[in-house]
Design a protein. Structure first.
Length: 102
């Protein structure tokens, strides 16, 4: 497993980073379970709910990025964590992040 690199001055000292990682795993397992219920059990009526979850997750990512920017992370740091170019990250989120501040 690769060592995580986070800015020490911006990381919660109570181990919040690890707890967040575990919570992400729980959410991932929940989504996979929902996928099985909708796809394998042919619950087509819930497909729109899954699409709403996709929109909700996109909004949540924008809020998370806005929080990171507010805490002092640069677009380059954010982009490097998600494997995209700084400019791509800026183009993807900057307008939405700015709109949240207004």
């Amino acid at each position: 497993m690769r060592e995580r690199s986070v800015r020490a001055n911006l990381t919660n000292k109570r181990g919040k980073y690890t707890e967040t990682h575990e919570y992400v795993g729980f959410v991932r397992r929940s989504i996979r379970g929902l996928t099985r219920r909708v796809g394998q059990e042919a619950d087509v009526e819930e497909l729109p709910a899954m699409l709403q979850l996709q929109r909700d997750l996109d909004d949540a990512i924008t809020l998370a990025v806005a929080g990171l920017v507010k805490q002092g992370y640069s677009w380059a740091e954010i982009a490097s964590r998600v494997g995209i170019a700084r400019q791509t990250a800026h183009e993807r989120w900057a307008k939405r992040v700015k709109a949240l501040d207004q």
